[in-house]
Design a protein around this ligand. Structure first.
Ligand code: SAH
Length: 401
């Protein structure tokens, strides 16, 4: 409550463990904690202090999580409804001059916008809130009030059901928070391409907003090419390839409902049909290879194989496998749009994996462009984990002699 300033519990670090906080990295891992004063519960605000007693930050704590505290601010200040409203206003202001040509935009990007665990996506008049930390959950009502006051949408819908919730020991929560229920068909316009977004059931908050710029780049490069869209989901890349004048598009995904929505999205844009194949991309790429198929442009946008660095090795094998097969399926001069959205695989490692795949496939390839998420997914400089989406456009030259 405003006015009655509580004495906060303190999280005291082990000696020497203050370094990353001093560089303003916003996470405290459980191994860095010496002790707590008091008995803070998940979601409570605590003060983080060094072993020498130096104040470092105010943070949301979660004693059940590996990430025991996430920093709200580096100054000693009250964390309350006004603070959260200020953060949301700031996130909106930061985007005002870079608003993309779409009515589907990320308004708040968690740690990188100073709001750990808070993602706010906007689909026209509908705002979708995705909370994924105990601190964010604690302030849910205040966050919803602030969205209502600042953004003024028709609907605020909650999709707090990401897989990281289990790591935080938090139960998922999905449903209408404010306003009118979302209409059966939520339509967005992304640079002239229309998409139906499944807000209650779709992946993430319904759509992969982070790939917007990369889909547009594909549209620019797809003319007259035969395109293979792997992990196509609801057709983000497929629709843009067709809109860019691709000769033909084949879309692969293991989800039947996603491919159904892909077909509806293609039809919505009055584009020629894509050939859809439901199945496992790892197997389908082998099948296409055995059938001696070839393509001018291949998109590989797989799900997160390595949520954390602990999964990096297994993920590396999976990335190498699909990239190797894709290089084999590409015609000379063909383009590969290859992505990793794994937080546990940094950009330099991803590039090495792709290089190894090209080598083993016996092709010579160049990186012609580096890709990342759009400007509505900023990366705080002190938080490299925020750069989870990495992409390369590679161009295949002739086969090695
Ligand atoms: N490119 C899409 C997003 C892809 S999300 C866009 O821009 O909108 C990843 C997709 O991969 C999901 O649709 C999921 O159903 C699919 N998927 C996951 N594992 C798969 C596998 N082994 N084979 C085929 N599809 C898979």
């Amino acid at each position: 409550m405003k006015g009655e300033r509580k004495t906060l519990s303190r999280l005291i670090l082990k000696p020497g463990r203050e370094k990353s906080l001093k560089r303003r990295h916003p996470w405290v891992f459980s191994g860095a904690v010496s002790k707590f004063t008091g008995t803070p519960e998940a979601g409570d605000t605590v003060e983080v202090h060094s072993a020498d007693g130096e104040f470092l930050a105010v943070a949301a704590c979660n004693p059940q999580s590996q990430i025991v505290a996430r920093v709200w601010d580096w100054k000693r200040r009250e964390i309350d409804a006004d603070f959260l409203r200020g953060r949301i206003e700031r996130a909106l202001a930061l985007r005002a001059h870079l608003l993309p040509t779409s009515d589907a935009v990320r308004i708040a990007h968690a740690e990188s916008d100073g709001m750990p665990g808070v993602v706010i996506d906007r689909y026209g008049e509908i705002v979708v809130l995705q909370l994924s930390s105990a601190g964010a959950m604690r302030w849910r009502d205040a966050i919803v009030d602030a969205i209502e006051a600042v953004v003024r949408p028709k609907t605020i819908f909650e999709r707090s059901d990401s897989d990281v919730l289990a790591l935080e020991g938090i139960a998922p929560s999905v449903g209408l928070l404010r306003g009118a229920p979302p209409p059966g068909q939520v339509l967005v316009n992304e640079a002239g391409a229309m998409f139906e977004v499944d807000v209650p059931h779709g992946h993430k908050t319904g759509f992969y907003l982070d790939q917007r710029d990369n889909r547009l780049r594909l549209r620019e490069l797809a003319a007259k090419r035969e395109v293979l869209d792997c992990f196509a989901y609801t057709g983000g890349f497929t629709v843009n390839a067709l809109a860019g004048g691709a000769a033909a598009v084949t879309a692969l995904d293991s989800s039947g409902p996603a491919l159904e929505l892909l077909k509806r999205n293609v039809a919505l844009n009055k584009l020629p049909e894509a050939a859809c194949i439901e199945g496992d991309v790892f197997q389908l790429l082998r099948k296409l290879r055995d059938q001696a198929r070839s393509f001018d442009l291949i998109v590989l946008d797989p799900p997160k194989f390595a949520p954390t660095a602990a999964h990096a090795e297994k993920a590396a094998r999976a990335y190498k496998d699909i990239n190797l097969l894709a290089f084999k399926l590409l015609k000379a001069g063909g383009l590969l749009f290859t992505f990793s959205c794994s937080g546990g695989v940094p950009r330099d490692l991803f590039q090495k994996i792709v290089a190894g795949a090209a080598l083993d496939a016996g092709v010579e390839a160049q990186i012609v462009e580096q890709l990342s998420a759009g400007a509505d997914h900023p990366v705080a400089l002190n938080f490299p984990e925020g750069e989870y989406l990495k992409g390369l456009i590679c161009r295949v030259a002739a086969a090695l002699p």
